[in-house]
Write a protein that binds this ligand. Structure first.
Ligand code: S3P
Length: 431
């Protein structure tokens, strides 16, 4: 199988959510180029409209205009966040500083995801929450005047960190936060700094101080490194050729997967580095390579949390063992990703095991064949579609349509870069 071409990936999901939220809070019109238009991004746009902002429709290739009113308004009905944990958790932070009541809910996957990790610290700042079914959505928030917070987070998570920082911004109070292992993505911190808020880092603590001012902005969202990762994986598994992925976000809190792939022997070069609104971007040039197993340490996990399904799929093609340490957080992603990565790798003939909170994958050159159950988790579907691109593979994926949560057009893009992927990702997908 040969890989070829030059592609762009859709806009960064994390940055798109954040710039839409910031745009909705400014007074005036912001223009967002390159925004992600996936289902998750549309969930954020939809709830922001319910909260009084005016947003143009999210269409590929068309800049989004966001007309904010300075504050959010009481919504008429429940805020449906779809599959998007980022939408739900970041909004809970913002709504904590707005004095009205709002109820958030989501799809089946999102309703089972834990929310106390944000509501506990937000409640200690002064917001009130009413749970309907225990630790999850639906959840009603009533915002209030907030108190400053100093908080040691129980898990490293950009969603928890951002919810609290956004509460600090909207409520104009100081916040100090510490993450336990490694650093999660810092897009919120970069945006806050761009608007003049104080965000200082010292001895592992992030100190936020109010005093900034949101103004309408024009921004170009970089390509999503988490989407690019799947194409990097496909190009690495190819037998020949070269793939260029242009204008990808390469914020160091997002590129942990490139460090791990480098250790595994992958051939990825970063070229044409630049900067967009405080976010580093660059082109990735990928050539096929033989991989070897590695150990991924607990401190590296927050920097590649969304790439573990792909890395695990690649590890099943490497020589030797790959161990991902302390990846229990994967149990509360869009699916129980930890269990499903191992189960599906075994289903296609690979060896994988969950040992405590570690994931251990044995590499081999056995041709992967079998049926994959995604539980509608976009990243599982895409990781196994990439594995299905190896010569001779026959992998039937129960649901490829869920890729649209973060990467609209994924299957077509994979087919464009590696014609052999046609059988794998196109085969038994259910629309
Ligand atoms: C995200 C943070 C991550 C990631 C998710 C997006 C964000 O979650 O898994 O896809 O935009 O803040 P955690 O930081 O909660 O692990």
């Amino acid at each position: 199988m040969k890989v070829a071409g030059s592609v762009r990936v859709p806009g960064d999901k994390s940055i798109t959510h954040r710039v839409l939220l910031f745009g909705a809070l400014t007074r005036g019109t912001s223009h967002i180029g390159g925004a992600l238009t996936s289902l998750d991004a549309r969930s954020t746009a939809r709830v922001l409209r319910q909260l009084g902002a005016e947003l143009s429709p999210l269409r590929p290739g068309v800049p989004v205009t966001v007309q904010g009113k300075g504050k959010l308004r009481r919504p008429d009905g429940p805020l449906f966040c779809g599959n998007s944990g980022t939408t739900a958790r970041l909004l809970l932070g913002l709504l904590s500083a707005h004095r009205f009541t709002a109820t958030l809910t989501g799809d089946r996957s999102l309703r089972r995801r834990p929310m106390r990790r944000v509501t506990v610290p937000l409640a200690s700042m002064g917001a009130r929450f009413t749970e309907r079914d225990g630790d999850g959505l639906p959840l009603t928030v009533r915002g209030d005047r907030l108190r400053p917070l100093r908080y040691e987070m129980p898990v490293s998570s950009a969603q928890i960190k951002s919810a609290i920082l956004l509460a600090g911004m909207a409520g104009e109070v100081d916040v100090a936060l510490r993450e336990p292992h490694g650093r999660s993505r810092d897009h919120t911190e970069r945006l806050l700094r761009a608007f003049g808020y104080g965000v200082a880092e010292e001895n592992g603590w992030i100190h936020f101080t109010p005093g900034g001012h949101l103004e309408p902005f024009d921004v170009q969202v970089p390509g999503d490194p988490s989407s690019a990762a799947f194409l990097v994986g496909a190009a690495t598994l190819a037998e020949a050729g070269e793939l260029l992925i242009s204008a990808v976000g390469v914020n160091p809190t997002r590129t942990g997967f490139l460090d791990v792939l480098g250790r595994m022997g992958a051939a990825v070069q970063l070229e044409n580095q630049g900067d967009r609104f405080g976010e580093p971007v660059g082109d990735l040039v990928v050539r096929p390579a033989s991989l070897r197993g590695t150990e991924v340490a607990a401190g590296e996990i927050p920097g590649l949390i969304d790439e573990i399904p792909l890395l695990a799929a690649l590890a099943s093609r490497a020589s030797g063992t790959t161990t991902f340490r302390q990846v229990g957080e994967l149990r509360v992603k869009e699916s129980d990703r930890l269990g499903l990565i191992a189960e599906n790798l075994r289903a296609v003939g690979a060896e994988a095991e969950v040992v405590g909170d570690d994931l251990v994958v044995e590499g081999s050159d056995r041709v992967p064949r079998g049926k994959v159950r995604t539980a509608a988790d976009h990243r599982l579907a895409m990781a196994f579609a990439v594995l299905g691109s190896v010569p001779g593979a026959r992998i039937a994926i129960d649901d490829m349509s869920c890729a649209a949560v973060s990467f609209p057009g994924f299957s077509e893009t994979l087919r464009t870069i590696s014609p052999r992927a046609r059988a794998a990702s196109g085969a038994r997908s259910r629309a």
